[in-house]
Structures are given as C-alpha cells and as structure tokens.
Design a protein around this ligand. Structure first.
Ligand SMILES: [Zn+2]
Ligand SMILES: [Zn+2]
Length: 269
C-alpha cells in the first residue's frame, strides 16, 4: 500500500435500492484492504421519498452502520453517512432524512433533474443533450447554494452515461462558467468536492469530476476533497481510491478529507 491513509467515503449497502451487499461485508472487505476508514452513504432519493418508502432504507442503513461500528471498533473507522439525492426537489424529505441519524457525512447528489428520470435511463440524442446538460448544471448550482450537504457528489454525473453510451461530444467550454460558479460556491461555503472514482471502472474511464475540474477547484481556493468509490458491491470497496489520491497529488493537494460528525478532518496524502 503506497498511502498511509486510504478512505472510501461513498459506499452503498443493501439498504440502497441498487446495493448488493451488507454493511458487514463491506466492512470486512475494507479491513482486508487495510483501509483507514469507510463511510456508508446509502441512497435517499428525496423526490421518491414517500412513494418508495425511503425512510425505511435510511433507518436500516443507520442501524446496520451502528452495528458494524460496534463490531469493528478496534479495526476500522466506520462513519455514518447518507447520499442525499435531489434534496431541493423535496426539502421536507431531505430534512426528515437528516433527522434520522447522527450523521458524520452527507453527500449531496443530483441523479435526475426536475421532471426527468435518472440520467442512467435517459436516451441521449444530439437534440436533447445540450438542454439536459444546461439544466443539470443549473440545478447543481441550486444544490450547491444550500446547506444540505458536506461534499458535492460526482459533479458531471451525466457524462458517466453520455460518454459511455453515445458518441455525442461534451462541449466542455460551454459549461466553464457554470462549473466555476458551482466550485466557487463550495469554496464560499467551506464545502467539499467529491472525487468519485466509479468512472475509472466504467466506459468514461475518468473520475467524476475529472482532473481539469479538480485543478480548477484548487485554483479557486478549494480545500476539502473527499474520495469515494461509489461501490454498490463489496468487490468494489476502495476501488480507484489510490488512483484518486495520486490525482489529487498531481493537482497540488497535500491532503484529502473525511468527515466526522459533519466536520472536515484533513488527512495527509
Ligand atoms: Zn450518486
Ligand atoms: Zn452513490
């Protein structure tokens, strides 16, 4: 292991609709890999909170994480987190979800823009792509301006699927100002940017966001970066975190961040 501290701050258990393995299995895998800490961040899709009975999943996640924490007390730091999706689309749900646990860490996410399905399911065409991306960055900016999160998750999320499923080019320069606005908001609010390493094991082949945006975050004064594999199965726990640390170093960061009781803790790379 090249790095002293390896932390995976974005992990899904069976308490996420798309998670495959238990918190205990995730913890066991993290121990095998000698990780410093993990944070369980099961989904809370706020826009589906009532229909999908998301509350039950969140309560399950908090309980399972507490149990694992007690079991692994001497072996591994296990933090209680949540991935709060679309909190601005259902603020009542977001507030309720945040009251269900004593969280260490809240990831703020946007998987679907208002009135649309998850980017995962969208058929991209040259005609609809620009409009969808324009709306995505606008809604991310609205989310960045709230206090519903500690770290903003997988910025450029739609590219995971755009780059994977289509040949439609991403006109990056069109979004320079929008991205700057989001990153500046994080800096102003002392929030973290997540570097999500799931893209490294998908067709896009890059972290979300990628190097250019991570560099820009630092240039704008960004201090806190969290790293997460976004694993949905135990075999992916810790995947890409070392590559993520190397990338942070390359971008000039000397530390990465984990959150404990919703406070940032800087750890040396
Ligand atoms: Zn997500
Ligand atoms: Zn996730």
């Amino acid at each position: 292991m090249k790095y002293k501290f390896i932390s995976d701050s974005h992990l899904h258990s069976i308490n996420s609709f798309d998670g495959k393995d238990s918190v205990i299995m995730i913890a066991e895998r993290a121990c095998q890999l000698n990780l410093y800490s993990i944070t369980i961040t099961d989904h809370c899709e706020c826009n589906e909170y009532e229909e999908q009975n998301v509350r039950k999943d969140i309560e399950g996640s908090v309980i399972d994480t507490a149990k694992a924490r007690a079991m692994y007390l001497d072996k591994l730091r296990i933090y209680t987190g949540i991935e709060l999706g679309q909190p601005t689309q259902n603020e009542k749900a977001a507030q309720e979800a945040l009251s269900l646990g004593e969280y260490d860490f809240v990831l703020g996410s946007l998987h679907n823009i208002r009135g649309e399905q998850d980017f995962y399911f969208i058929e991209y065409t040259p005609e609809n792509t620009t409009d969808l991306l324009d709306r995505y960055f606008r809604e991310m900016s609205d989310l960045a301006k709230t206090d519903y999160y500690d770290s903003l998750a997988h910025l450029t999320y739609p590219l995971r699927y755009l780059a994977g499923k289509t040949e439609i080019p991403f006109d990056r320069r069109r979004y320079d100002d929008a991205i700057d606005e989001i990153l500046s908001e994080l800096v102003r609010r002392d929030k973290a940017l997540e570097v999500n390493t799931s893209g490294l094991r998908q067709l896009i082949g890059k972290t979300l966001p990628d190097e250019e945006i991570i560099r820009r975050f630092r240039e704008l004064g960004g201090k806190y970066v969290t790293l997460g594999s976004d694993a949905h199965r135990w075999g992916d726990v810790g995947a890409g975190i070392e590559e993520g640390l190397a990338l942070l170093q390359k971008c000039g960061f000397t530390h990465f961040t984990v959150f404990e009781k919703r406070q940032p803790r800087l750890l040396p790379i």
